[in-house]
Design a protein around this ligand. Structure first.
Ligand code: PMP
Length: 439
């Protein structure tokens, strides 16, 4: 029995949550799920039901729930110092900066800590603008950068933009979304035309002088969409030729999520700026922007994020990085991810009309559901995903969804998930598909 479970008024949370702005905060399921506690890949809700959590609080608990190493590090830090003036460097902050820089790709040698991914992406774009002296930024359709004013302008999903964008310097390029090619070409013979099209985008819709291009190495909220292997090489050449820098948003793809430490490494992309967030501190609010020394030198104004680099979050993130390294969790992500992907492909073979596409790498996987794959209309099966979410929940598995039409299932177990848990999750998923298909 956990606190709240024997308290009837706690169950009012389901009605009370409607007071939030927006009330849509808990609409993943018909009845909001109220988590009370978790351990590893398991989560327990208010009804005492235990779930296998394959979405980790939307990728925020990289090491699973209540990880002992993180808990110990945070408690020890809390007993010493929870916050100091943002004008003092603290030991956990400095130690974390060193660890991040040591694991970061290429020339990324400077760090700025923030509290959210939105803030980290804003800082990244501001750095690119300050460094290049140019304002215009390219990003991708179907991308997600967050909820601040600039982040909303960067978002490539109208579902996340409440009011008309107030920042005109953002241009959205067609997403490298091969399953639904924006140029209606065949990915086998297209020559990555979507990347080559960037040249025309720059030449026709901008001043020709770019601050940079912000990209998620694999589009996350947009529906787990990896680009063709050479996409970023072509894009980076065009962007740099026009004075811009490449910004990799690794908020979802970073920290081993994709079976490599950084998502950009799958595509040979060496960004000048990189942003991190979500799982970085295993659930504590923390994000960061990394950049090269020469870009950092261009940023001469004062800037403060009051809780950015908070010692508690830094202690947690330090523990996460140590655990990833010592337990070789990047390799675990690659291996378990491969097993899970194979299971998803097997499920696809059972339901070929409904499951149009299985994609992703490591433990960042997606399945796109359509009404009828055989007709090639590929009408998004939004309702089927909602039904599947209910079925998987009923059977004790938590997964996520995404995509412009909410027709893409997203799966992201903790990095230390076991082979048995992967099998268990795949079994539940297969049964849930059978249930909604009447199979
Ligand atoms: N970038 C990406 C790729 C994200 O997925 C998100 C969050 N879903 C953000 C930025 C924004 O992060 P936050 O919600 O912490 O502001």
């Amino acid at each position: 029995i956990l606190p709240h479970m024997d308290d009837p008024s706690a169950f009012m949370v389901r009605e009370k949550h409607m007071k939030f702005i927006p009330a849509a905060v808990a609409t993943y399921y018909d009845e909001p799920l109220v988590p009370l506690a978790g351990k590893g890949s398991r989560l327990v809700d208010l009804d005492g039901k235990t779930y296998l959590d394959f979405f980790g609080g939307i990728l925020t608990v990289a090491l699973g729930h209540a990880h002992d190493r993180v808990t110990k590090a945070v408690i020890a830090q809390l007993q010493r110092l929870s916050h100091a003036s943002t004008f003092y460097p603290t030991i956990p902050m400095v130690e974390l900066a060193e660890k991040l820089i040591a694991s970061a790709p290429g020339q990324l040698k400077k760090v700025f800590f923030t509290v959210s991914g939105s803030e980290a992406d804003e800082m990244a774009v501001t750095l690119a603008q300050a460094h290049t002296g140019n304002l215009e930024v390219i990003t991708l359709r179907h991308s997600y950068a967050g909820r601040t004013v600039m982040a909303q302008a960067l978002d490539g999903l109208s579902s996340h933009r409440a009011v008309q964008s107030q920042i005109g310097a953002v241009k959205h390029a067609p997403a490298p979304y091969c399953y639904r090619c924006p140029l209606r070409l065949d990915p086998k013979s297209c020559g990555t035309a979507c990347a080559r099209d960037l040249k025309e985008l720059v030449e026709t819709t901008t001043t020709g002088r770019l601050a940079g291009m912000l990209v998620e190495p694999i589009l996350g909220a947009g529906g787990c969409i990896p680009p063709p292997p050479d996409y970023f090489a072509i894009a980076a050449e065009i962007v740099r030729k026009h004075g811009g820098v490449m910004i990799a948003d690794e908020v979802q793809t970073g920290f081993g999520r994709t079976g490599k430490m950084w998502g950009a490494q799958h595509f040979g992309l060496e960004p000048e700026i990189m942003t991190l967030g979500k799982g970085i501190a295993n659930g504590l609010p923390m994000a960061a922007t990394l950049c090269t020394e020469w870009i950092a030198d261009s940023f001469t104004s004062r800037t403060i994020s009051t809780f950015g680099g908070n010692p508690l979050a830094c202690a947690a993130a330090g523990a996460v990085l140590d655990e990833i390294k010592e337990q070789d969790l990047v390799a675990n992500s690659a291996e378990r991810g491969k097993e899970l992907r194979e299971s998803l492909v097997r499920i696809q073979r059972q339901f070929p009309r409904m499951i149009g596409d299985v994609r992703g790498v490591g433990l960042m996987l997606g399945m796109e559901l359509v009404r009828d794959e055989t007709t090639m209309n590929r009408t998004p099966a939004t309702e089927a995903v909602s039904q599947l979410m209910e079925e998987t929940r009923r059977r004790g598995l938590l997964i996520g969804k995404g995509g412009l039409h909410g027709n893409i299932i997203r799966i992201a177990p903790p990095l230390n998930v076991s082979a048995e848990e992967i099998e268990e999750g795949a079994r539940i998923l297969m049964k849930s598909f059978s249930a909604i298909q009447g199979g």
